[in-house]
Design a protein around this ligand. Structure first.
Ligand code: G3P
Ligand code: CA
Length: 238
């Protein structure tokens, strides 16, 4: 049975990466959710894909890293989605962990691009340890140095290597990286049978992103992927 991740929660039904989005994903029966983390000025892990607020609130300029958590929690990121969510704020990772049952699998993506958040890896692992949440979780990033930092802090955490662009031999790159990678997370547009076969041959699970079309999902399952990241409740709830 594939392990499918609700990408930033159920982002078609509620503002992405917010508690209502994760709650809706859970209601759809998602077995796994994906979320992104950034770091505030005072070192709080905030769940957000973007490193700034403007996509969700045009009145707030500047970067998340320039705001304290006390300021971030007062910023409305819900009205731009719909009035129903007016007043919704970006949550902390702790807020999300509080509503996630332990059996819900998590993919936490460290968003170190384009901002480099010094210390985000330590902060993340401290939080996961505090919540006794070092199992049933994959930490992923496009920033493979961040993955190395995670491994250095806790070699037992499962790591997912994200790729946005095509690579010649990603499985060789992963194998030679010195990282104990559990899974490859490629952009779904270039995943084919060979990609999946080679990844498996090298011992990696494969979770492509972001797969919203049910026919493409069926094709990827046919290739043998272990799951996908999806915005579509019909996929991530399956
Ligand atoms: O982790 C899969 C996917 O979320 C990576 O891309 O840009 O949606 O964070 P992005
Ligand atoms: Ca992500």
């Amino acid at each position: 049975m594939p392990l499918n991740f609700a990408h930033r929660g159920s982002l078609t039904e509620a503002p992405e990466n917010t508690l209502p989005a994760f709650q809706k994903a859970i209601e759809h029966g998602a077995k796994a959710i994906e979320l992104d983390v950034q770091l505030t000025k005072d070192n709080h892990l905030v769940v957000s894909h973007d490193h700034k607020f403007t996509r969700f609130n045009k009145n707030v300029t500047g970067l998340i890293k320039d705001y304290t958590w006390d300021e971030v929690r007062q910023i409305d990121v819900g009205s731009a989605f719909s009035e129903e969510f007016a007043g919704t704020n970006l949550p902390t990772l702790e807020d999300v962990l509080d509503i996630c049952p332990h059996h819900l699998f998590l993919n936490i993506e460290i968003k170190n691009i384009p901002v480099i958040y010094d210390g985000i890896e330590q902060r993340l692992l401290d939080t996961l340890s505090h919540y006794n949440r070092t199992e049933n979780v994959i930490v992923s990033s496009f920033d493979h140095v961040a993955l190395k930092n995670v491994q250095n802090i806790n070699p037992d955490i499962d790591l997912g290597m994200l790729f946005y662009y095509r690579m010649l031999n990603p499985w060789d790159y992963a194998a030679n990286s010195g990282l104990a990678i559990r899974s490859l997370h490629p952009n779904q547009v270039y995943v084919n049978q060979t990609f999946v076969q080679e990844s498996k041959r090298h011992g990696y699970e494969v979770y492509p992103f972001t797969v919203n079309d049910v026919n493409r999902y069926a094709e990827l399952v046919d290739f043998g992927v272990d799951g996908v990241f999806s915005n579509e409740p019909g996929v991530f709830g399956s």
